[in-house]
Write a protein that binds this ligand. Structure first.
Ligand SMILES: C[S@@+](CC[C@H](N)C(=O)[O-])C[C@H]1O[C@@H](n2cnc3c(N)ncnc32)[C@H](O)[C@@H]1O
Length: 221
């Protein structure tokens, strides 16, 4: 469990968690997103349900870069999107073994988007610091809802902080990080504040106002 005291779970969050359990019960299933064929395996975050996944997919299309890491790759949708957008070297990592297998399967389902280097890793633990990325994308879990796809014991602000501290060692000198936030989550888990405290420069790359909450993608450099 996360050692930091988290705020009470709101009704909107409860509804979201219940939806995620419904989706979990239906897994595995096949979908197609932006022409990418995805098998969403049992226990893997469903990209079509991700408010910030969709925003992140839009934002990554605006970067013309060489070497990118999709941290917390889930089904591999963002890693495959990067390849579709012509990024030559794409890495994908996840702590969830089911996500690692799912991403590998989805690369086979989209052979024209291979290769992608897939790693089972708790953040950067299995990635050599000799590899430097132009861009690291982490569509990180943004609220602490105890859902079926929550895998990291320090999810929330502690995970954001650990990630932002380690990521520096894996970035080229002009490298950038993309992370997300939705105020469906709790402000304490917004990576923007943590990034500012750690000395990153912050840009809001995209913001979407929904009916009851807003979603944002940040660039940290
Ligand atoms: C919100 S999902 C995003 C999945 C996918 N990138 C997408 O946009 O559809 C967050 C992902 O981060 C992964 N994750 C959580 N903690 C992690 C950690 N400590 N190291 C690596 N991956 C982690 C989860 O397993 C999950 O696949």
């Amino acid at each position: 469990m996360n050692s930091e005291k988290q705020p009470e779970i709101s009704p909107v969050q409860k509804e979201r968690t219940a939806r995620m359990y419904e989706v979990y019960q239906r897994q595995p299933y096949l979908i197609e997103l932006d022409g990418i064929k995805l098998n969403v395996a049992r226990g893997v975050f469903p990209p079509e349900q991700g408010y910030t996944t969709k925003l992140m997919a839009k934002v990554i299309k605006t970067y013309s870069v060489n070497t990118v890491l999709d941290m917390g790759c889930g089904s591999g949708y963002l890693a495959l999107t990067l390849r579709k957008n012509g990024v030559p070297n794409v890495w994908a990592a996840d702590l969830n073994q089911a996500a690692v297998e799912c991403t590998k399967e989805n690369i086979k389902n989209n052979p024209d988007l291979a290769p992608i280097e897939v790693v089972h890793s708790n953040l950067f633990s299995q990635i050599s610091p000799e590899i430097k990325f132009d861009l690291i994308v982490f569509n990180q879990p943004f609220y602490y809802g105890n859902g079926p796809f929550n895998v990291s014991p320090d999810e929330g602000r502690p995970l954001n902080e650990r990630f932002l501290k380690e990521a520096r060692n894996y970035l080229k000198s002009d490298g950038k990080i993309l992370m997300n936030y939705s105020d469906l989550g709790d402000e304490i888990n917004n990576p923007k504040g943590t990034a500012e405290l750690l000395g990153y420069q912050v840009k809001v790359k995209l913001m979407e106002q929904g009916e009851s909450f807003s979603n944002e993608v940040y660039e940290f450099s």
